[in-house]
Design a protein around this ligand. Structure first.
Ligand SMILES: [Zn+2]
Length: 409
């Protein structure tokens, strides 16, 4: 740890969110773990899938013995490959949880962790098998245009999953209840923030999540679409943040809500997904031409190609991350601005509430105050906490000659 701390001489002195030296060292060490897990994990998956791609041929032969119908063969080949993929991911997931426990970010016991892992694996294999069956069906029927048809199907499915996830998936992993039941006084405060933003968010759409069974850090988020749209506050936020900090955190989430960030995120992803599907189509054809003969893979549409398809999914997903993250950092910054503006006049100092909220986040989540700019560009879905605190510290749109961005009279 000490080695990492000295790697950034004087870093602590310049920070708005000053951290005790031990915490700073832990934050920097933790960021090294995260970088290793993300980049090393991607390299590990690409390497192993590349080496295992040849196993697709005997697996497709096995599936062929079950049925002559390709879609029935898929019910054998797809789950087998998905389970291989889960197994390849398992060491990364175990190490990730181990690191979370060691640095005090996670408090989830191993049995509970394995329970969650089993549930997510089940969902992953079932959903993955359906998706792959559709993909291979399209590849068989439209060998040159499947990427376009798959994209057309992806859009309604993406919209539906965003709508359904908070109702169907999230309750499998955490308990949600109306915040009103637990802390009606806080809901009254939040309603004042909502009113300031000119909207009425029904209390039934402000939920409390029992995050403290698993993690220590505070968080809140907006999820769902249309009738399922909601603001979720983690119970850790209520335990760890002061009332003014909570109002800022909530104001930030309300920003996502009123600025329609979920719908905008979907709209942003639609053309990018098309582009990546097309790249996937081109690369898959090329891979089968150069590697197919040696591995016994004749065409993309046969189940034998699935190892190569998973290899491409990991590789293209990795290349898509910086694009999605750049968009995400952009809207997160908008929500920060909105959050600070919306609580102006409701707390003694909106600036102080925002800075305090970021700095308590930085301490509790052990955020590296000065991440490597390349790592930030590639992997950060939010601007680094220290940067957010610094922006808040200097953001004063009520000073003479300045104007708020979202609350103009
Ligand atoms: Zn946000």
């Amino acid at each position: 740890m000490g080695v990492f701390a000295t790697a950034l001489p004087g870093a602590a002195a310049k920070c708005i969110c000053s951290m005790p030296p031990r915490k700073l060292a832990a934050a920097i060490a933790l960021s090294h773990w995260s970088i290793g897990l993300y980049f090393g994990g991607t390299a590990w998956l690409l390497l192993t899938l590349w080496l295992l791609a040849g196993a697709g041929t005997p697996m497709a032969r096995l599936a062929g013995r079950v049925s002559p119908r390709p879609w029935l063969q898929g019910l054998v080949a797809a789950p087998l490959w998905l389970l291989i993929f889960v197994a390849l991911n398992l060491p990364l997931a175990l190490l990730g949880h181990r690191v979370g426990l060691r640095y005090g970010l996670s408090v989830e016991s191993w049995p509970a962790w394995w329970g969650d892992w089993a549930k997510s694996t089940g969902i992953y294999v079932v959903v993955g098998t359906i998706v792959l069956s559709v993909l291979y069906g399209l590849m068989r029927h439209a060998p040159r245009r499947w990427w376009l048809w798959f994209w057309i199907l992806t859009i309604p499915v993406e919209v539906f999953s965003v709508f359904a996830a908070p109702i169907v998936i999230d309750p499998l992993f955490n308990k949600f209840e109306p915040l009103q039941k637990v802390d009606p006084a806080l809901v009254d405060q939040l309603e004042r923030v909502a009113a300031r933003g000119g909207l009425h968010i029904p209390p039934s759409r402000i939920l409390l999540m029992d995050a403290s069974r698993k993690v220590t850090g505070p968080n809140a988020y907006v999820t769902g679409l249309g009738a399922s749209k909601r603001i979720v506050v983690w119970d850790t936020t209520i335990h760890e943040e002061t009332p003014n900090e909570i109002l800022f955190t909530y104001g930030h989430e309300q920003g996502h809500y009123v600025l329609h960030h979920i719908a905008k995120g979907i709209a942003f992803s639609v053309p990018i997904i098309l582009f990546f599907y097309w790249i996937g189509f081109v690369l898959l054809r090329w891979l089968i031409r150069v590697r197919g003969p040696r591995l016994g893979i004749e065409s993309a549409a046969g189940w034998a190609s699935l190892g190569l398809v998973l290899f491409l999914l990991v590789g293209l997903g990795f290349l898509a991350d910086p694009i999605g993250n750049a968009m995400s950092r952009h809207i997160e910054h908008q929500a920060d601005v909105y959050g600070q503006e919306v609580i102006h006049g409701l707390v003694p100092s909106a600036r102080q509430a925002a800075v305090d909220s970021f700095c308590s986040d930085a301490q509790l989540w052990l955020d590296n105050p000065h991440p490597n700019p390349f790592v930030e560009f590639w992997t950060y879905s939010h601007p680094p906490t220290e940067q957010r605190a610094e922006f808040a510290e200097h953001y004063n749109p009520w000073a003479p000659g300045h104007r708020p961005r979202y609350f103009r009279k």
